[in-house]
Design a protein around this ligand. Structure first.
Ligand SMILES: [Zn+2]
Length: 53
């Protein structure tokens, strides 16, 4: 289960906010709206980073 590193909320993957962009899926915490991860749509290589908005 993903845990938000900003507010500590634990959420099911289905509860996370997803924003689809060309070639990439951005996942945000439903509690604090921070960016939790960025997933490339092609390649299936989970890649989390600390990109700030
Ligand atoms: Zn959060």
């Amino acid at each position: 289960m993903p845990t938000c590193k900003y507010c500590g909320a634990e959420r099911e993957p289905s509860e996370l906010i997803r924003h689809e962009r060309p070639g990439v899926l951005l996942v945000h915490c439903p509690e604090c709206q921070r960016l939790l991860g960025r997933y490339r749509r092609h390649g299936d290589d989970p890649d989390t980073d600390t990109l700030e908005h």
